[in-house]
Ligand binder design. Structure first.
Ligand code: A2P
Length: 275
């Protein structure tokens, strides 16, 4: 008879890293295996992380976890995340060094407000992102429901410089050339998926904060759409606290009201993780 096989010690809720891409010295994305039992709605987040340093007294290690939006769509067999690198950030100072084959901790309990269920039906859906706030929209933009439920989808992404837009730019290109999504969007229907990138600290074709462009009406002129109304427009917002607050004020100014899973309305907001 064989001796019982000893279990290899592993992290609780461990998942294996399958891909890492560094976009700039401040940004990276990575993919991990997906727990077979994990079901989520595109746009939701989970807690992920690594084991922290041993406690100097007890020597015990505790998991260091943070909320991360899942950037992959709900049909994908792996999970993708898009992260900032903060050199003295408790988690990202370590997480930025992960390699294929490493393990991370992932608590399989998805939650969040950036979901289709939190919005009333509408005609035009706006996604407003800054920096890594693009992550939940990377999921929603790859979800067929987004194009089935709306006539027009507009994604705005504001970053400091052009290199920081690259993850989003490539993703939009992939979506347009994807067999299924590309067909849903339609080659000649330029309004079905509109990408509006802007930079604030480096020269690019469109410069400035999206908030200023909404206040001045420039964005509506650029895109050839009427100003937002609660009858036609729905919005999801993900960025820094400052962006979220400013956009809330702007959207409320257009008459839109904030929704939630339990009470769907016209717009929803979530803070992008930053540390
Ligand atoms: P800015 O360069 O004017 O601060 P970060 O990299 O710091 O997270 O910022 C990402 C992008 O979000 C930057 O282009 C930044 O512009 C922009 N941003 C920061 N705060 C706001 C805000 N309150 N409204 C609109 N854009 C903002």
């Amino acid at each position: 008879m064989n001796a019982p096989v000893k279990a290899v010690p592993t992290l609780p809720d461990a998942q294996t890293v399958t891909q890492v891409k560094h976009w700039t010295d401040r940004l990276f994305s990575f993919r991990v295996t997906r727990p077979a039992s994990l079901r989520f709605r595109s746009g939701e987040f989970v807690m992920i992380g690594l084991m922290g340093d041993p406690d100097p007294v007890t020597g015990k290690q505790k998991p260091l976890l943070r909320a991360y939006s899942i950037a992959s769509p709900s049909w994908d067999e792996e999970l993708e995340f898009y992260s900032i690198k903060v050199q003295d950030g408790p988690l990202t100072s370590k997480l930025q060094h992960i390699k294929v084959g490493d393990q991370i901790i992932l608590r399989p309990k998805p939650v969040g407000t950036l979901v289709h269920d939190a919005l009333l039906p509408g005609k035009r859906l706006w996604f407003f992102a800054t920096g890594t706030g693009f992550a939940p929209f990377a999921s929603l933009l790859r979800d067929p429901q987004t194009y089935e439920d709306y006539d027009e989808v507009i994604i705005t992404h504001t970053c400091r410089d052009v290199a920081e837009l690259e993850y989003g730019r490539q993703l939009i290109e992939e979506i347009r050339s994807d067999e299924l999504l590309g067909e849903l969007i339609g080659e000649d229907n330029l309004k079905k998926l509109v990408y509006y990138p802007t930079t604030t600290r480096e020269e690019s074709p469109k410069m400035g904060r999206v908030t200023d462009k909404l206040r001045s009406g420039e964005i509506f002129k650029d895109l050839g759409v009427p100003p937002m109304t609660p009858e036609t427009d729905r919005a999801m917002v993900c960025g820094s606290l400052g962006l979220n607050n400013d956009l809330k004020e702007i959207l409320e100014g257009f008459g839109l009201e904030e929704g939630a899973n339990s009470e769907p309305k016209h717009y929803v907001v979530e803070k992008a993780f930053v540390g």
